[in-house]
Design a protein around this ligand. Sequence first.
Ligand code: SAH
Ligand code: SF4
Ligand code: F3S
Length: 470
Amino acid sequence: MDDRLTDIEEVVAGMETADPGSERSGGRRVFVRTFGCQMNVYDSERMTEALSAQGYAATDTIENADLVILNTCHIREKAAEKVYSDLGRIRVLKEERAAAGSDTVVAVVGCVAQAEGAEIARRAPVVDLVVGPQSYHRLPELIVRSRAEGRALVETEFPEEEKFAHLPKRAPTRAVTAFLTVQEGCDKFCTFCVVPYTRGMEYSRSVADIEREARALVEAGVRELTLLGQNVNGYHGEGPNGRPHSLADLVRHLARMDGLERLRYTTSHPRDMSDDLIAAHADEPKLMPYLHLPFQAGSDRILAAMNRKHTAREYVDLVNRIKAARPDLALSTDVIVGFPGETDAEFEETLAVFSEVGFAAAYSFKYSPRPGTPAEKLSDQVPEEVKTERLARLETLVKRQQLDFSASCVGRTMPVLFERIGRRPGQLIGRSPFLQSVHAEAASELLGRIVPVEISSFGPNSLAGVIRPE
Ligand code: SAH
Ligand code: SF4
Ligand code: F3S
């Protein structure tokens, strides 16, 4: 589960875009720690770029940083609490640096910043800035102001101005794959979830704006784009003709871009899986046959209490329709165990959906009551030890399905996009169409290229194979 994409533990952002020569002594340095989902990874990259335009070089050594940014996640209690344990350590660092005559600015940005606002600076006085996910384009100006005024500043409005319009152009990158946020926020209000409160209402960027960013990335060498949104298949941005474009329209539009070889999108809601998007999976070869489609629970009573607006049968039928359009499609999902009132029998229904669908990967979570959400107030909370036991059972099944899927790839030849140098000399690591890591002996000129690889073996989190002639 270490390589999960929907809940990345920690990523030091900006390393790909930083100019190594700029990390000279005397220049200001920024350290970014990222919690949470891919949208936060994307945001960290964008804020690092905005700061680099102001003379900050990215560093992965927190001790050397003049600016420390925690880009935070509020989705579960554990994720939110990690921020405070980090801030404890950062306080010590800041004091040590101050004793040596260096100033350190500490910024908490992202979803915890949005949810807790000024409370963060009260609880952790080491914090100089609290900035919500819609305002991080203002970081450079806020840093200057907080220094001038000598006090902590909190910026958690949902500003009228749109952050994308104020961010600098994408910086050059050496990456082969990239995230691109096309939609933000969520109006679904699942009863367990904080996202509608931390990210605000659904908002879609225009096709022209997205195309501009995609083109800059492709010109820099990116070959695979993952379009991001909390509810990405609800995308309805302004199209070039002034009329709203659906996600399927956007995918087809971007697929025409030369040099862009692969497209993915995440995360989708089953209710917004429209017929035209399903059709795009059948007839758009650049759209990869892999779909992350959370179902959260297998019991219809629990799904209704979660306000998911679909039943388990509707979910399975939907999967079957998508697979009919694209038979080699592999699926991943998110599931919550121990939602308030979930009985043993209802939990078994979650396992039954797994057995019926068969997932290539899945991310399962113990229900975590979140402040301000309707489910938090429900009286029949499930005891911790019951959640632990259900999670363990589910994870055994998930692991087995993931290994079954990897085993089914052995002997198949699949196009692999090589994206980085492997640990062993002469080895490259790439991505299969199904988002698996694939190791192969390959010349470094193949970085950024899609090459047929015959899969010969698999490990817990990756595949290995041999390049086959095209
Ligand atoms: N927009 C996506 C998911 C966003 S959050 C969707 O609709 O599916 C990522 C995952 O975190 C969710 O799919 C859910 O499984 C999990 N999650 C969200 N809130 C949670 C909570 N309060 N407790 C446990 N898991 C939660
Ligand atoms: Fe949260 Fe539900 Fe929106 Fe996903 S669809 S972000 S789970 S409220
Ligand atoms: Fe977490 Fe915010 Fe993403 S709460 S999962 S960082 S949208």
